[in-house]
Unconditional design. Sequence first.
Length: 118
Amino acid sequence: QVQLVESGGGLVQAGGSLRLSCAASRSGFVINAMAWYRQAPGKQRELVASATKGGRANYADFVKGRFTISRDNTKNTLYLQMNSLKPEDTAVYYCAAQAGPRATYDYWGQGTQVTVSS
């Protein structure tokens, strides 16, 4: 079992920055890839960025150059540094993890709200 708890969301003005954290606790399984997703009202959940266990990162085009994903495996913590935020970045941000033998994001956090005002 893996439990994920996000923190760091909030209200920020356009052009500002926020740093999200996702603390993972596990029992038995090794955590592999981790990712940040987001879901805006009335829209489908979308992948924002992912990071392999070795730290290799991938980003959605709409955040490239603005967001940075990183992880500290010693602390089982995933981060998302968000700079140059835009109103369209407003969404609930979710942390997700792959663990054990399955290569799917089976574990999800409860989400943290990010609101960017214009």
